[in-house]
Design a protein around this ligand. Structure first.
Ligand code: AVJ
Length: 321
């Protein structure tokens, strides 16, 4: 029996750096060029994202928090007792920790790609909550979700995927990912935050704020890429673009070349025309009905959801029978 005050750590994913670099260069050479959103999150990028969540224009984080504050007790009643809470993209574990008093999980499994950050957060949390068995899992679950059964034990697995991170997946990928969660959630279920379709102006302002924090977040990806693939992007040559594509129901973020230029790295280069763009992120927006259908399609039983008075964001509870 492990000391309950020391969280267990398991790493089931290790970066294949060469393959990652090759994929990043190939995506840059493609037309249109793109960079995967995971390259946002170096240390500075993670801090810039935290700053985004404090912006008046970026409503998702605070709207979701308000939904939990207002409807948390009702959610806890629907979710039920004796659960193992499995936090996907736990980060600093703060969102899950705020639900501990309501959900009273027996176990907490925090999963994140950034293990070092997670380790510190989980050690602190375990000291505050010695009666909850905690484990950390270092995993890039976006490609494949693999939860060791012994981390969940006999408790009912309840997955927690807040913040509308599901929006980074295209709907068909989201369905595949939800099916993977479903396959791990027998007798439990999924609590998931989803950003909803709304006025294009509200959406575009949320992704292009007056202070330019989201622009800095987007541009920082080029600095991170310079480190990873040894390219020579100059952030001054690029402009942040965010627009809502209603037909695809997604915010697209791009970086647009301010002039004709070439970017070089060892063994390669990519020329860009003035005005040419690099696609850096999609953030899909759903209707509550559309997302409920997706959950049902993925094999969950009758989903319930709670929303804010404006109907801007939804938190779903999707049980598994
Ligand atoms: C972390 C993917 C939920 O899509 O709103 C915020 C990322 N990008 N501002 C989102 C993001 C620009 C965010 N997610």
């Amino acid at each position: 029996m492990a000391d309950p005050k020391t969280p267990r750590f398991v790493q089931t994913w290790l970066a294949d750096d060469d393959a990652e670099r090759d994929a990043a260069r190939a995506a840059l050479l493609a037309s249109p060029a793109s960079v995967a959103p995971k390259f946002f999150y170096d240390r500075l990028g993670s801090h810039l994202f935290e700053a985004i969540t404090e912006l008046p224009e970026y409503y998702p984080t605070r709207t979701e928090a308000a939904i939990f504050a207002r409807h948390g007790a009702e959610m806890a009643a629907a979710i039920g007792a004796r659960i193992a809470l499995i936090d996907l993209g736990a980060g600093n574990c703060a969102k899950a920790a705020r639900l501990f008093a309501l959900l009273e999980p027996k176990r907490y499994v925090a999963v994140d790609i950034s293990v070092d950050f997670l380790r510190d957060a989980l050690r602190t949390l375990q000291r505050e909550q010695p009666h909850i068995a905690m484990a950390g899992l270092g995993q890039d679950f976006s490609s494949s979700l693999d939860i060791p059964v012994d981390l969940v034990g006999d408790d009912r697995p309840v997955f927690f995927y807040p913040g509308s991170s599901i929006g980074n997946f295209a709907p068909d990928e989201a369905l595949g990912f939800l099916r993977q969660i479903r396959s791990h959630a027998d007798h439990g279920g999924l609590v998931i935050g989803v950003d909803l379709v709304k006025d294009a102006g509200v959406l575009e302002t949320a992704y292009d704020d007056a202070l330019g924090v989201t622009a800095a977040f987007n541009l920082n990806l080029l600095r991170n890429l310079n480190r990873v693939i040894e390219s020579n992007f100059d952030v001054a040559d690029w402009r942040h673009v965010a627009r809502f594509d209603r037909a695809q129901s997604r915010i697209e973020m791009h970086l647009e070349a301010r002039r004709a230029l070439a970017v070089r790295w060892p063994g390669g280069e990519r020329r860009f025309a003035a005005g040419e763009r690099i696609h850096t992120e999609n953030s899909y927006k759903y209707t509550a009905e559309g997302f409920a259908r997706l959950l049902t399609h993925a094999g969950f039983a009758a989903p319930t959801h709670w929303t804010d008075p404006d109907g801007w964001f939804a938190v779903f509870w999707a049980p598994v029978a």
